[in-house]
Design a protein around this ligand. Sequence first.
Ligand code: NAI
Ligand SMILES: O=C(O)C1=N[C@H](C(=O)O)C[C@H](O)C1
Length: 252
Amino acid sequence: MTKIAICGALGRMGTTIANLVNEADDLMFVGGVDVNAGTLLGAPVVPSSEIRTFLQEEKPDVLIDFTIAHAAVENIIAASEAGVALVVGTTGFSPEQRSKIDAAINGSVPAVISSNYSVGMNIFWRLVREAASRLGDYDIEVIEAHHRYKKDAPSGTARTILEIIGEETGKTECMYGREGMTERKDEVGVHVVRGGDIVGDHTVLFAANNETIELSHRAYDRAVFAHGVIRAARYVPGKAPGIYSMDEVLDL
Ligand SMILES: NC(=O)C1=CN([C@@H]2O[C@H](COP(=O)(O)OP(=O)(O)OC[C@H]3O[C@@H](n4cnc5c(N)ncnc54)[C@H](O)[C@@H]3O)[C@@H](O)[C@H]2O)C=CC1
Ligand SMILES: O=C(O)C1=N[C@H](C(=O)O)C[C@H](O)C1
């Protein structure tokens, strides 16, 4: 039985993941951490200031983090010090925060980190790579839409898409929205929509004279992310210390 704890247990993703963990015969939800104390599915949720004691007492095999960037950095450091494997879904890290995370994990614990745990998105990234590798001379625009409560922009998934486009085309300059008199150069346009309860939409537009190609992925339910998280949580215990991707989890 693999013991699972969740940071951000009382959030949208935390509760979705905890429910899936509870339904799995081989996984046990042992509780979590959030800003305020509480309970979830009969297990304790402790305030984030008590994460170290929580990890010592509950001894989870895997700590799953879906919180917010600055909190995730601290949670990851605590888990690494306690020798607990990680699955990290939180997005919006600055380069400095990402360096701290890498330093905490490498040599200490195994961790899966992904900006999007849906199987479909992991295939979508491959489609974007293929298109970008062949359409580097097209104008490229990335459009993402999420619910009104999402804090980071552009989304972690869109940032991964931009990395892929940069690797394949060399286009690393981005234009975040356009206003006024603008002249299109070789930049990648990035457009962020926030509203309602949109779970997560991403489109990459390749445009040339007389033709466009649009690749789109749309998540209709957070369960698509949570199912990928469960696969990562089964994959990561016992692996050598280091950072693993969903490509490795899904054997893509
Ligand atoms: N990689 C992926 O597939 C996905 C990633 N995400 C990312 O996951 C993160 C969370 O998303 P949601 O669940 O929608 O947000 P949410 O706001 O519903 O949940 C976050 C939870 O973290 C808690 N929290 C804040 N500071 C904390 C701390 N120091 N320690 C413990 N808990 C703390 C909040 O109180 C809240 O309950 C975001 O960064 C989002 O972009 C969301 C969906 C899928
Ligand atoms: O905050 C969200 O909701 C989501 N966040 C992730 C991101 O930033 O890419 C993944 C998904 O799109 C939902």
